[in-house]
Design a protein around this ligand. Structure first.
Ligand SMILES: Nc1ncnc2c1ncn2[C@@H]1O[C@H](COP(=O)(O)OP(=O)(O)OP(=O)(O)O)[C@@H](O)[C@H]1O
Length: 582
């Protein structure tokens, strides 16, 4: 149980002192909680009950008792406030920091991480798990630490007070701890199942939302929503199971404490009758009996929550443990931007190589086109140059520096990528363009938009650059989204441009503007283009023809067109396709 304490303290980092302080305040609050008991003890101690006909209750005594109660109440309010404030702050700040850390980590893990961990599990970790840790961790730890201290203190006090009563208390306590242990084991199994079904639920909702257009198109929405429903049915069944299997143990736990209370209730008068206990002490015991087991009950009540916290921590720590792609690399400044691949081999899975012993040189400020049939590895080459994955054999150098020695940030700050699939954030158009350069002025943003040929259509929107675009850029046409993403790339002004030309048909007007925008983007840059257009291929300084993960031809268009090979075939097919008209 206490391993979790260490893990939270580790996670909380510089918030640990706040959490520890909150435990101390909570402990002091526990002392003030005992003040009513002290008042009762004092009351019976100072009043003479031996003469039952003439009991004198002095006003001073009443005032003193009232004062003790008042100090108790004020002390509790003050320290409770302090405890909650510290716990709230510590929980919030600890999780806020951890969320940022996680964001940074996710940027630096190999892309294979996202294949191995489904999106539902990741989403669940950064939302539900983190929220659970934020709200519950300080509360659970506080209850755990203080209840244990209180149980220990009460146990010692009872034994000093009267060892026979202390023994009955101890038997009740040991019985309760035994059942608590059983409860923890049960909770361990059941909360794991419950958490897994929760993750499945989130994953199926995610899939449903992402694929909604496909489901609608193929009339599958009922089918998929029944999958979502079934995963939530599993979740609700797991919750019911957890409660049902947990309830008998919970009852047994409470029963053991109540039986021990009953034992003390009978034992105390017996001890008075046999003159082993004074009446005053008996009264104090009878009053205290209702609260001595409260800390033990508190430990019982957090068992399920503790297990859930443990599972949430497991998931967060799993992300923390995943090795960063650039953990042994350094921040570096590049001086030149030519690209060299030497004997590079790579596979997404260990047994299947998709890039096989590839070598080529891309001179600085030149255009290289990658062409070849679908699935031959063109996109993979672009991903490897930007170190989204690490290669298994060979070296990739930019400006004569091995990218394996550079941090992801120092590679990517020199690169711009324009992919077919454009992602725009749910923010203003200006901020989407500024993504390329966070501190850009509005003048720079407008300048980039003009170069990317999107200034005019943006200006025609009612709110211009302040127009909020839906997540993923839902409110813009495909061509408009492309041009905004090119404006973003122009603003970044990186010396290397990786460009995956759009294959999907865009209307001629948009295509014309996109071509103009790209011409602005690539001026004076080292360009690697996954080429689908004849114009791009023809103008390239170098064409790399790929087949089945290998470079099979290399040269300029005029040379390759004369050779008998894949390129010639590819070119005539492309030409034929482009000459088709509808
Ligand atoms: N994330 C991935 N995980 C596993 N395999 C992948 C992944 N991405 C691509 N592949 C596989 O790697 C091979 C090369 O894919 P790649 O996308 O590089 O080809 P491509 O030439 O760019 O194809 P296209 O022109 O159709 O985009 C293919 O067999 C593909 O199925």
């Amino acid at each position: 149980m206490f391993g979790i304490l260490k893990r939270i303290i580790k996670l909380s980092d510089n918030m640990a002192s706040k959490i520890k302080k909150s435990f101390m305040y909570s402990f002091i609050d526990g002392i003030f909680e005992a003040f009513p008991l002290i008042a009762i003890f004092y009351f019976f101690k100072v009043i003479d009950f031996s003469n039952s006909k003439d009991i004198i209750i002095d006003t001073i005594i009443i005032v003193k008792c009232a004062l003790i109660l008042l100090v108790g109440i004020i002390g509790r309010i003050f320290f409770k406030f302090k405890t909650y404030k510290l716990q709230g702050h510590a929980g919030y700040e600890m999780v806020a920091k951890e969320r940022l850390n996680m964001g940074e980590r996710l940027k630096r893990v190999p892309m294979g991480f996202f294949n191995e961990n489904n999106l539902g599990e990741l989403t669940n970790t950064v939302t539900t798990d983190m929220q659970f840790i934020e709200k519950q961790a300080p509360f659970i730890l506080d209850k755990m630490v203080n209840s244990t201290i209180n149980v220990f203190v009460i146990c010692i006090s009872m034994i000093i007070f009267n060892w026979k009563i202390g023994l009955v208390f101890l038997i009740g306590l040991l019985l309760a701890i035994l059942i608590l242990n059983l409860m923890q084991r049960k909770a361990s199994q059941l909360t794991k199942i419950q958490k897994n079904t929760q993750v499945q639920g989130v994953a199926s909702v995610f899939e449903y939302i992402q694929g909604i257009s496909v489901f609608k198109l193929f009339n599958l929405s009922n089918n998929r929503s029944s999958k979502v429903k079934s995963s939530f049915d599993d979740y609700s069944k797991a919750n019911c199971d957890l409660e049902l299997k947990y309830i008998p143990l919970n009852i047994l736990f409470s029963l053991s404490l109540k039986i021990a209370c009953g034992g003390i209730l009978f034992l105390a008068p017996y001890l008075v009758l046999t003159e082993q206990l004074s009446i005053i002490n008996m009264i104090v015991i009878l009053v205290a009996i209702f609260s001595i087991y409260i800390p033990v009950e508190a430990l019982g009540s957090i068992t399920g929550l503790t297990r859930m916290l443990e599972l949430s921590l497991n998931r967060v720590e799993k992300i923390e443990r995943f090795p960063l792609i650039d953990r042994c690399s350094q921040e570096m400044e590049l001086e030149s931007f030519d690209i060299d691949l030497e004997g590079v081999s790579f596979g997404y899975t260990p047994n299947e190589k998709v890039i096989k012993n590839v070598s080529f040189h891309i001179p600085e400020k030149s255009m290289t086109a990658l062409v070849g049939p679908s699935g031959c590895g063109k996109t993979t080459i672009a991903r490897l140059i930007s170190r989204f994955w690490d290669i298994q054999k060979g070296t990739i150098k930019i400006g004569k520096v091995n990218i394996a020695d550079m941090t992801c940030d120092s590679i990517l700050k020199n690169m711009t990528m324009v992919f077919q699939k454009v992602y725009l954030f749910n923010d203003t158009i200006a901020n989407n363009i500024k993504f390329g350069k966070a501190d850009a002025t509005m003048k720079e943003v407008e300048e980039a938009a003009k170069k990317a040929r999107c200034y005019n259509f943006i200006k025609e929107l009612p709110k211009g650059f302040d127009t909020i675009i839906g997540e993923g850029g839902a409110s813009l046409s495909g061509g408009e989204k492309q041009r905004i993403s090119i404006a973003r790339a122009i603003l970044k002004d990186a010396p290397i441009v990786l460009l995956d030309e759009a294959t999907s048909s865009i209307d001629p007007e948009n295509e014309f503007y996109i071509q103009q925008a790209i011409s602005e983007l690539v001026k004076n840059k080292t360009i690697v283009v996954i080429a689908h257009r004849l114009s791009t291929i023809r103008e390239a300084d170098q064409i790399l023809v790929m087949e089945n993960g290998q470079i099979i031809q290399n040269g300029i268009h005029d040379k390759l067109i004369k050779e008998d090979g894949l390129y010639k075939k590819f070119w005539s097919l492309k030409k034929k396709a482009e000459s088709w008209s509808i």
